[in-house]
Design a protein around this ligand. Structure first.
Ligand code: 16G
Ligand code: ZN
Length: 556
């Protein structure tokens, strides 16, 4: 049977919605769930071909993360568990949009020729999972049909998972492990317990952690984790069990962007309690608490966003490294943290942020911790790539997506040679870092392992959430979105901090920013919405609001 005619016949069941154009973008394909069947089928085909090309297991996740319940989406996980390689995004667009002028079978044939893929001569596998959305089951079926329309490739349905679980499984499977869901929970639990054992004795957690699960998939998974661990006291809220709507007035994206409490949280009743919000597919987390502010009578929300989570992680990792290594002051006059391991060499430890990182966090990381900080454009794939270049690289977006990446050779050193370090503190620290590399998802940001990591460090430090919050004070900031006729006329450079395409606009922004104490502002076209985003920071909230407004006017 001709593989292309098999594909053509199977595709006939999923005609594309007329007049709709799809773009893979930073978040995969995402739109109203009822419009996605053809795109999901075709992405199934693409993933199957990617599996044949790489001779590895590929992942397909059906989710629209923090978007409204009616939306859905699909994203491909590459063999290492990371995002689909950027040079295949173009294929994804071509395949999704193929139609009368460029028929699907012709588009696929061209692509297979270019990539030298021969259907039928080898086998492949794609792991499939979905979140809790109503449109999930039928889309999953469409994806399965797409995968299995490619001869020799099988689909393995992993059921309802968080996005990071699916990415983790793809990575683990390709590394030769079982890579099952219970394997995932076992790995996290084992690492968590080991880290507790390796920590200071006599510390316990400061009160119950309250988790806002965004009425999404994370609720069930966290409940399971809690039962397995027994060592983590959590109160799960917004589990979506009584018909509450996914992502509606709840979740990490809502709390971080709106800076208000999610549903079922009360400023007075929950005063001072340690809270965390995750998003609909559990790949983001932000912490928060309510507390009395100095000049206001009612309690206010204190947000500990991705930047502050990263700062906590970075200081913990730096502490461990300090116990293991010789720290040298490399550059004269700079307090750069330059750890060196005899027999391994210089340990490259770096931090990756985007322009949205609060300026106070960047200053804390550079000046207080002496760490190297680099900026990349928005989007996990850019941050991940940069962080992977270090022996230990931490990346986080302010919105709460991030993780800690360990170079394999470094993990190998920790496990093989860490035990022969002369000092007991060094040996303990090497064990801790080894355990962190297991606890923290090496494929993508993961709210579950992120929570475990934060909770551990707070116990190590003996800190309450308020004490953690004081490591630095955020500069007041404001985000706005501006509707424009064509957002693509704005292109940016320097990790999105400067406008490239319209020099007069950048000049006008510079002139405006110069009027503000501690002012900083940038504009960029959104990758997920038809708007231009504005970000501003200044010494006071009033000034940050004003700067954002003025810059917004310049964009109009
Ligand atoms: C996507 C990105 C996220 C980024 C956001 C920005 C991934 C997996 N997700 O959700 O990292 O922060 O887009 O959206 O890369 P924007 O371009 O609309 O501001
Ligand atoms: Zn998400």
């Amino acid at each position: 049977l001709d593989p292309l005619s098999v594909l053509r016949d199977a595709a006939a069941e999923f005609p594309p919605p007329p007049g709709k154009k799809f773009s893979y973008g930073t978040a995969g394909f995402r739109t109203d769930g009822s419009l996605l069947h053809s795109t999901v089928f075709r992405t199934g085909v693409l993933a199957a071909l990617r599996s044949l090309k790489t001779e590895k297991v590929i992942g397909l996740m059906i989710t629209a993360s923090h978007n409204q319940e009616a939306d859905n989406g699909i994203k491909v996980a590459d063999p290492d568990g990371g995002m689909l390689t950027m040079d295949w995004e173009e294929y994804a667009d071509i395949v999704a949009n193929a139609g009368e002028s460029n028929p699907l079978s012709k588009a696929l044939e061209e692509m297979m020729n270019r990539e030298d893929i021969h259907v039928g001569s080898s086998s492949g596998k794609v792991l499939l999972a979905r979140d809790t959305r109503r449109s999930g089951p039928s889309l999953l079926e469409a994806a399965r049909k797409g995968i299995e329309a490619v001869q020799g490739v099988i689909a393995e349905d992993k059921g309802i998972l968080t996005t990071p679980q699916l990415h983790w499984m793809v990575r683990a499977t390709n590394k030769g492990s079982v890579g099952s869901e219970s394997d995932y929970f076992d790995t996290l639990s084992r690492a968590f317990r080991l880290l507790l054992d390796l920590g200071p004795s006599g510390v316990s957690e400061k009160g119950t952690l309250i988790v806002d699960c965004s009425n999404g998939v994370g609720a069930g998974k966290l409940t399971y984790l809690q039962e397995t661990l027994k060592d983590l006291d959590m109160e799960i809220r917004n589990a979506g069990r009584d018909g509450e709507v996914l992502n509606y007035l709840v979740g990490a994206d809502f709390v971080q962007k709106e800076k208000v409490l999610p549903q079922n949280f009360d400023a007075t009743r929950d005063l001072g309690r340690r809270c965390v919000s995750i998003d609909g597919d559990a790949d983001r987390l932000v912490y928060f608490y309510t507390g009395q502010s100095v000049n206001e009578s009612k309690p206010v929300l204190h947000l500990l966003d991705g930047d502050k989570i990263m700062a906590l992680f970075a200081s913990f990792i730096a502490d461990q490294l300090r116990s293991i290594v010789i720290v040298t002051d490399s550059a004269v006059g700079h307090e750069t943290f330059a750890p060196l391991i005899p027999g391994y060499g210089a340990v490259k430890f770096g931090i990756v942020q985007t322009a949205y990182a609060n300026g106070a966090s960047t200053r804390y990381l550079q000046q207080n911790l002496g760490l190297e900080v680099v900026l990349t454009p928005t989007g996990v794939k850019y941050l991940h790539e940069k962080a992977a270049a270090y022996d230990i690289g931490i990346y986080f977006e302010a919105n709460g997506h991030g993780t800690i990446l360990f170079k394999e050779s470094f993990v190998h050193w920790l496990k093989e040679d860490g035990d022969s370090l002369p000092a007991v503190e060094g040996r303990m620290a090497a064990k801790r870092l080894g355990a962190v590399s297991e606890l923290v998802n090496q494929a993508v940001g993961d709210a579950l392992s992120g929570i475990l990591m934060v909770e551990l460090i707070l116990r190590y430090q003996g800190w309450s959430i308020e004490e953690w919050d004081t490591i630095y004070t955020d500069l007041p900031s404001r985000q706005l979105k501006v509707k424009v006729v064509d957002r693509s006329v704005i292109t940016t450079t320097a990790a999105e901090t400067r406008v490239k395409s319209i020099p007069e606009l950048q000049e006008a922004i510079d002139n405006e920013v110069a009027k503000y104490e501690a002012g900083r502002a940038f504009v960029r076209p959104s990758g997920t919405e038809d708007v231009v985003r504005v970000y501003a920071e200044a010494a006071t909230q009033e000034l940050a609001d004003k700067l954002a407004r003025e810059v917004g006017l310049l964009v109009h």
